[in-house]
Each structure stands twice: as structure tokens, then as C-alpha cells.
Design a protein around this ligand. Structure first.
Ligand SMILES: [Zn+2]
Length: 82
């Protein structure tokens, strides 16, 4: 066993995980956690959906969709959904 990923760790590093910014062994540990933790799987789905909706909300016209959504915005959207 390498990293022992908790739900807290998962939430904290989800940005990096989705961005592919984690080391290989960290990704493996995250995948192990996902395989054993349905709540984090659903959290990740919600999170990705939130990012997608955030991009749509930022592009009401034919403006190009920015790739880098500010982290603060994502957090604000997540907060507003609770
Ligand atoms: Zn979990």
C-alpha cells in the first residue's frame, strides 16, 4: 500500500486529480479510494458537472469558453448547491 487516501484528501486534491497533476502513485491511490468509496464517486460526478455548468454559465453567447475556471468560482457554485 502506498498513499492512504481519505475522503478529505480526495476532496482536497480532486482539482489536481482531474487536471492530471498528481503523481502516478497518487492517482493509483485515488483510484483505489474511488473503487471503495461510492460517496466520493458521486462527489466527483457532481463536481465535474458543476464545472461543466460553470463553463456554460460563463459562455451565454458565442464567446469562446475559457478553459481555466477560477477555483473560487467553482467553490462558490459548489457552496450554493448545498
Ligand atoms: Zn471517499
Amino acid at each position: 500500500m502506498g498513499f492512504d487516501v481519505t475522503c478529505r484528501d480526495f476532496v482536497r486534491f480532486l482539482d489536481d486529480y482531474l487536471a492530471g497533476a498528481l503523481a502516478t502513485e497518487q492517482v493509483a491511490a485515488f483510484n483505489d479510494h474511488l473503487a471503495a468509496c461510492p460517496s466520493c464517486v458521486s462527489y466527483m460526478k457532481t463536481y465535474r458537472e458543476t464545472i461543466r455548468l460553470g463553463k456554460l454559465a460563463l459562455a451565454p453567447t458565442s464567446e469562446p469558453v475559457p478553459d481555466d475556471i477560477p477555483e473560487d468560482l467553482v467553490r462558490a457554485i459548489l457552496q450554493s448547491r448545498k
